[in-house]
Design a protein around this ligand. Structure first.
Ligand SMILES: Cc1cc2nc3c(=O)[nH]c(=O)nc-3n(C[C@H](O)[C@H](O)[C@H](O)COP(=O)(O)OP(=O)(O)OC[C@H]3O[C@@H](n4cnc5c(N)ncnc54)[C@H](O)[C@@H]3O)c2cc1C
Length: 418
């Protein structure tokens, strides 16, 4: 069987794999990108489209332990854990609870604050080279509150953490919120505005455009399922796919939520699970938004995608192959109509995606100690679209043996079981 040769093979053409491939291509490498699907059809397809340069707060924070029983018993919680999958999820949950200790949560927020605020700057070279600046708008992200209690809790909780890491937060009154988003309910009393967040017009077309640029510049995309990966005694890598084999000097694993078994095959056990999220796309909403709006009370987002409205949210821990629970998404429709009166759900479509989540909310990013030519780049949790550019840049620096722009020790692939 003939083996296609490349300098580097990148596994997975979600936003992470595509950005990694582009940054490596900019360094002059011959890159092969492999995915069983079209680029951007995994979790990168249906998210809120935000490059959230303010997301420095991990999911596991002090107090989360008290919420776990509710997460198990009440399907309406923003984060629900499916009972049936508890035995498989237990190691993840135990680590998640450990990461919620004040010292660990503070350390994880610090690690996020080294990569998240720089995310847009690291995207800029890719966006400009691809000529797609019009696909990203610098509109900020608006959190709205109908009650003083929810506002104060957010202000002294997650938003205080953001501020302590230098993230700009603006406090708005009801009139200022109304000026930004005239279509919102007049029951909104407060707003917290994050001016340094950016909105892609549609995450799928954004990733597809970046992948198109990679191919137009001579990059190879193979649409095939990866069936095996081998690292030879000299470190050479061979990837077997349903459409032939690829041999390379380096390999980057970017299979998102599906990466754990491949990581194990490459010699490292990681704690990674699917934190499933849902959206409802409303093709003729009848009302318009200028930016993504997050409900402080109900913890879901309304995102302007292609000039329409996408209701995005909820998180559910279950096994990767478990069937979707679309009622989690449809349950958000009346809440969305409450925030955005007159919202029309005619012709709605539903979607579920697998967030690649880790118990410490940090990506798995770095070289394997035994095989420095094997690089992991997955586990971007709620911020994969945000961190595409930064991850690409970091991986290219590792391959080129340039000093990394951030300290990678918190993200190291071996941190879970060492
Ligand atoms: C509801 C929701 C809203 C979100 N909103 C945001 C947001 O606004 N901003 C943000 O930054 N993040 C957001 N996220 C998170 C973000 O979507 C993810 O972190 C990101 O998409 C992960 O990208 P990825 O490239 O790692 O994975 P994916 O996009 O899932 O790509 C992995 C790829 O690997 C391929 N693959 C897997 N196994 C194989 C195999 N054996 N052979 C070949 N190919 C394979 C898959 O086909 C897939 O294309 C949201 C997530 C959800 C669910």
């Amino acid at each position: 069987m003939s083996v296609r040769k490349a300098d580097i093979v990148v596994l997975g053409a979600g936003v992470i794999g595509v950005c990694v491939a582009l940054y490596l291509q900019r360094d002059g490498h011959e890159v092969v990108l492999v995915d069983q699907d079209e680029p951007g059809n995994g979790c990168s397809f249906g998210n809120a489209g935000l490059i959230q340069c303010a997301s420095v707060v991990p999911v596991a924070t002090p107090g989360v332990a008290r919420a776990v029983p509710r997460m198990l018993l009440d399907k309406n919680q923003p984060l629900h854990i499916r009972w049936r999958h508890l035995p498989t999820l237990t190691p993840y949950l135990l680590r998640f609870l450990a990461e919620s200790r004040p010292d660990r949560a503070a350390r994880n927020a610090r690690a996020l604050s080294t990569i998240v605020p720089r995310a847009y700057d690291d995207y800029r070279p890719l966006i400009e080279a691809a000529g797609i600046s019009a696909m990203v708008r610098s509109t900020g992200e608006l959190h709205v509150f109908e009650t003083d209690a929810a506002f104060e809790a957010a202000r002294s909780g997650g938003f205080a953490i953001r501020r302590s890491h230098g993230v700009r937060v603006e406090e708005l009154d009801a009139a200022q919120v109304g000026e930004l988003e005239p279509a919102l309910t007049n029951t909104v009393r407060h707003g917290l505005f994050l001016p340094d967040c950016h909105q892609t017009v549609n995450p799928k077309s954004f990733v597809a455009a970046l992948a198109g640029h990679f191919i137009a510049n001579g990059g190879t995309f193979i649409q095939a399922r990866v069936e095996d990966v081998q690292v030879g005694p000299q470190g050479k890598v061979t990837v077997a796919t349903t459409n032939g084999a690829v041999g390379a000097d380096h390999i980057v694993l970017s299979f998102g939520a599906f990466s754990a078994p491949w990581a194990r095959r490459l010699g490292v056990r990681v704690q990674l699970d699917s934190e499933r999220g849902y959206h409802v796309m409303l093709p003729q909403p009848g009302v318009a938004l200028n930016r993504t709006v997050v409900s402080g009370e109900y913890k879901f987002a309304l995102a302007p995608i292609d000039g329409r409205v996408r209701i995005v949210g909820t998180a559910e821990l279950a096994r990767v192959g478990a069937p979707p629970a679309y009622e989690r998404a449809t349950r958000l429709i009346p809440l969305a109509r409450h925030i955005l009166p007159g919202l029309d759900d005619a012709g709605r479509t539903l979607w579920m995606g697998h967030r690649p989540s880790t118990p410490d909310s940090l990506p798995v990013l770095g070289q394997l100690p035994r095989h420095p030519n094997v690089i992991f780049a997955f586990g971007h949790n709620h911020s994969g679209l945000t961190l595409g550019g930064t991850t690409g840049r970091i991986v290219a620096d590792l391959v080129a043996s340039r000093p990394s722009v951030v300290d990678l020790s918190s993200f190291r692939p071996t941190r879970f079981y060492s």
